[in-house]
Design a protein around this ligand. Structure first.
Ligand SMILES: Cc1cc2nc3c(=O)[nH]c(=O)nc-3n(C[C@H](O)[C@H](O)[C@H](O)COP(=O)(O)OP(=O)(O)OC[C@H]3O[C@@H](n4cnc5c(N)ncnc54)[C@H](O)[C@@H]3O)c2cc1C
Ligand code: FES
Length: 265
């Protein structure tokens, strides 16, 4: 395993709106997750018996100190249902941090951080990293969900001095429509070099890819392929790409890929 594997305990399982929950996790010793870059992820696995032996991938949401970190999740299937029910004190095995993250924020280009639903964590962390580096005004979050309940932790990003534009499909918060409506509008604004960093469901990322490439903005996508191992052994997370090889692997080559490299229609 080309990454640290260690035990953590659930310190707190915080229920948020829209079926989201945030797990506060603590390792006994300082863990490498403290240095995770936005977009890097961990594989988490509980003692769930033989029918649930694979870990599940979660982006690092935050690492407030050397021992503690958090993930944000939503119930999808059996593994996330088990995690949603995890009580304080429950032990989990953690492998990570894994993969490669987003490009760091900088002064050269403003970064548009485009989050859809449960794709928020790496952009949330990117916003906080930018703020910590004195670059809060060099990033903007564009965040979309189904409805107001689906848009979580917005106040935490705004508290860092980072601007957040919201979209909901039912119009209950922010602009009515998908997050790509916000992105299209933002990319149409002339006179500024921007790059696009996005994470969310695959159809959203496909739309962001088209908009980013169409605007000739460097665009980076954090993909959420199904993963069994998380570190390059099962070959189950192949991503079609342009280049000498037809596929790269989401866990070891990604999960962040340049949009121009991804071979989607
Ligand atoms: C890099 C990355 C970051 C992610 N970050 C987050 C996050 O921050 N928050 C969040 O809520 N979700 C995140 N996800 C999605 C999350 O990993 C899935 O929702 C979760 O794996 C679903 O697990 P489940 O047991 O609930 O669902 P199930 O559908 O019961 O099981 C999914 C699991 O089945 C296995 N599996 C199924 N199909 C395949 C296949 N074709 N190839 C290989 N294995 C397969 C894998 O072990 C997979 O994890 C992320 C995914 C990736 C890849
Ligand atoms: S998840 Fe096993 S190779 Fe990527």
């Amino acid at each position: 395993v080309p990454a640290a594997q260690f035990q953590v305990r659930v310190v707190r399982n915080e229920t948020l709106s829209g079926g989201y929950f945030r797990l506060w996790l603590r390792a006994d010793d300082p863990s490498p997750v403290a240095d995770a870059r936005p977009g890097q992820f961990v594989m988490l696995r509980g003692d769930w018996g033989r029918d649930l032996i694979n870990g599940r991938a979660f982006s690092v949401l935050d690492a407030p100190d050397a021992e503690r970190f958090t993930v944000l999740a939503k119930v999808f299937g059996r593994g996330t249902a088990r995690l949603a029910a995890a009580a304080a004190g429950e032990p989990l095995t953690c492998t990570g941090p894994l993969g490669h993250g987003f490009p760091a924020p900088g002064k050269e280009r403003r970064q548009l951080l485009v989050a859809g639903g449960v794709g928020l964590p790496p952009l949330h962390l990117q916003a906080r990293v930018a703020a910590a580096a004195g670059l809060a005004d060099r990033v903007e979050v564009l965040y979309g969900g189904r409805n107001a309940d689906d848009l979580v932790l917005v106040d935490e990003i705004e508290r860092e001095g980072v601007s957040v534009a919201l979209a909901s499909e039912d119009g209950s918060l922010g602009t009515r429509g998908r997050v790509t409506v916000l992105l299209e509008d933002r990319l149409a604004r002339p006179g500024e070099d921007v790059e696009v960093l996005a994470c969310g469901p695959t159809p959203m990322l496909a739309a962001v890819r088209k908009l980013g490439l169409g605007a000739r903005a460097p665009t980076y996508l954090c993909l959420e392929e199904q993963m069994a191992c998380g570190f390059g052994v099962c070959l189950g997370c192949a991503v079609p790409v342009f280049g000498p090889k037809p596929y790269r692997y989401c866990c070891t080559d990604g999960p962040v890929f340049e949009a121009a490299e991804v071979r989607w229609p």
